[in-house]
Design a protein around this ligand. Structure first.
Ligand code: TYC
Length: 109
């Protein structure tokens, strides 16, 4: 994407030497973290990681085991609104099966 150079207010239009390009920051990224619990079946967590986070079975098993052993793991990194949607969709799938699976999002450092 390109941005139109901004004219400084005190300079006349078309004074090419004094054009200022506004600094455009890339959007912040957010990590979706899955949290462990004692009740959600492992195969359901793998299913969620494959279907919502587009992981391969092998990656999904690895992430699920990381959560199981360490309490949490990153399942994906997205712009805020997508991360928020992933969290909601994960909770909805779990809730439909009455599993207590939880996930959360954190701004990527
Ligand atoms: N600890 C769960 C069990 O033993 C498995 C599990 C893994 C649950 C990852 C949640 O995010 C999770 N059935």
């Amino acid at each position: 994407m390109t941005s139109r150079p901004q004219q400084p207010k005190d300079k006349p239009d078309g004074d090419v030497a004094t054009l200022v390009r506004p600094k455009i920051k890339p959007p912040s990224q957010y990590q979706v973290l899955m949290l462990n619990d004692d009740y959600t079946p492992m195969d359901f967590v793998v299913y969620v990681l494959v279907s919502l986070y587009h992981k391969s079975i092998e990656e999904a098993v690895e992430i699920m085991l990381q959560v199981h052993h360490q309490g949490r793991a990153i399942c994906g990194i997205y712009p805020f609104e997508i991360a928020e949607t992933k969290v909601t969709q994960t909770m909805e799938l779990a809730r439909a099966e009455q599993y207590p699976l939880r996930c959360t999002l954190e701004k990527k450092p």
